[in-house]
Design a protein around this ligand. Sequence first.
Ligand code: ADP
Ligand code: MG
Length: 783
Amino acid sequence: AAMVKETIRVYARVKPLGRRQQAGSYSVDNEEPLPSLEITVPRDLADGFINNKRESYKFKFQKIFDQEAKQDVIFDSIAKPVAECVLAGYNGTIFAYGQTGSGKTFTITGGAERYSDRGIIPRTLSYIFDQLQKDSSKVYTTHVSYLEIYNECGYDLLDPRHEASRMEDLPKVTIMEDSDQNIHLKNLSLQQATNEEEALNLLFLGDTNRMIAETPMNQASSRSHCIFTIHISSKEPGSATIRRSKLHLVDLAGSERVAKTGIGGHLLTEAKYINLSLHYLEQVIIALAEKNRSHIPYRNSMMTSVLRDSLGGNCMTTMIAMLAMDKRNIDESISTCRFAQRVALIKNEAVLNEEIDPRLMIVQLKKEIQDLKDELALVTGKQRTSELSQEELLQLDELIETFLKDNDPDSSLDVGADMRKIKYCFIHMKQIINHPMTSGKKLLSQDMSEEKDSNEELEKLKGLLQQRDNEINILVTMLKKEKKKAQDTLSQLNATSAGYTVLEQSPSMSLEESQSPPRCSSLKEEKVVSSSIPRLPFLSRATGGKMSLGCQEAFEVFKRDHADSITIEDNKQLLKQRFDEAKCLGEKLNEVRNKINHLKGKIIQRQIQRAALAVSNPSEELTFDPVEENLRMQIEEEKKSYKAVYSRFKGLKVEIEHLQLLMEKVKMKLQKDFEVWWSEEAKKLQQEKPQMVASPNTVNPVYPQFIRSSQHLSPISFSDTSRDSPNEDPAVKKNSVTFGSPTLKTRTPPSSSTSIPLTGDSQADADILAFIKARQNILQKKG
Ligand code: ADP
Ligand code: MG
């Protein structure tokens, strides 16, 4: 940005002498290039008041305006150049410095009587708005603010509350500093002024507020600083660049000092400012005037903080030294001039305050992007969307992967002249570098993660294997125990009734039981054997549930003719009946439960209605509600019937269980009987043809009584060798299967999910499920 580097311009203005005032001796020399003001201290005054060693003081100024200088000249010479800078986008400050009554307010704001006495502020406003109106190349926005600093407190002179409240009650303007060390003033309003009239109205409002605040007790105007600021922002149409500038017009507090009485009654020349913040202003100016001074104590006072930019910062600053040249005020005038000399040494760097409006920038850039896209489409003949397609992204991933894996130093990642792709590659690479385990998974650590996955799988399988091993071990131990038990029992039996060795190879022996001694058929013994899990070979898992076909046929026939099979059939029928009944009851329970829930819902609804009624009509307390009572009674009735059904349901369950156990028992007995009969038959056969019994599976036994009653059985089917025979009767095979089938049917209804009479009642359902489980356990032990 453009920068103007120059020292603070310092002017002097001498206030016209009052009628009764005695003129001090001074001379003005406005000769270029170095105008000067020479003050001569009268000899008579030099005695004791001012060090009489010095008589004359010469001060250099940009220009000295003597008593007759009019406001328009002051404006043209001092303010107009600054205003022009402000219009160009630089910051500007004009401050009037001098003792009370030296004409600061007159110069900055103006006299109240004549139009021609208008000061710098109204003239500057007039000038600025004139210029803005003339310039149609830019869009301007103007705001004004008016800050008064009194006793280190800031007040907004444009705050409308000023009229109604006392100064102390107004919100204080406070200084805020942002991270860039820019000063922001909180509670200072920025009032927009679109034209000169509006701005002048605001100035008038501020000046009035300033006057109101002033009381005879506190000479606010002499002790306070007033800063009138004109804020201008400008931008060319269509441009995103905004120029912002502000012009501070500062009417400082009176610079007069407390004349301190020194030892011997002498007045000290170096007296203290009445206004402390002026002291700090001087400190800042001294610091700024010193070369290589790094710390400038701006923060010591509000005034210096606000004017920081104007003093040694980014500003075109101008000072007007206000001088009252009557004899009594010569010393203060000399002080003012001394101060002015120091200020004149300060170099300011005014920078053009340009900034980018982000919103405008976005609009501008969007347009530029569209233009470029259009141009690109024109050149490439392809319309390019802003997003890369999924396919393109995958291609890029592959390219990156190949590139990363390629150890050849000459390998390059070439994605073409497409910024989107190039950017994507960089982003992807960054992700890989920053998060190699997660984002780069797809690329670098792919193998690793796969390995990890398979390792996990392996561990899982190993665990499962271990579990299965344990299970098998347990089962084997169990089996061994069972076997030993059976052996023990049988050896006990052997001790009482010996001589069954012939039956050792009996077909009733399963493979696993082939080592065990033959069974005994006595009733007493049967009981003992059954307790040690009696097993027929065709039911044994070890034989795969298979037995010789002949044996199967024999069992089928035996079963059919056995008296117990009727019992089994009857029980089966009964059980089915009971199950159907239980199912019905379950449905009934469900129904009743739903009814109860429905009634409960009704009660709640009723209660809500009544509560709402009680809120809107508090006099009607929540009393007895016959409707609710009726609902409750209904629920009680339903509960009763529920209980009744449930107890029947439970009773059924007991009955079903009992029936099932009975059936199991009957079946066991049937099997046992068959076994006994089979071995007896075998014995008989052995007595006739002993060599045939040695290998029971090849035996072709004859069961005359059963063959009689089973017409569908052919003699061939009794032969074990007929297993693979084409002559095998499919009906036989079917028949052999159906043995297990009805048993299973009666055993398993509870475990079949479709036939479980679930009630929906959690307690009842839990009972049923527990019951089913218990049944299954029993059956498993038996099977
Ligand atoms: P300050 O603000 O420095 O205390 P003022 O601006 O109030 O001083 O001036 C004090 C008095 O002198 C006011 O009545 C003002 O009108 C008058 N005065 C100051 N300068 C001039 C001037 N250049 N021409 C005419 N009157 C002036
Ligand atoms: Mg004043």
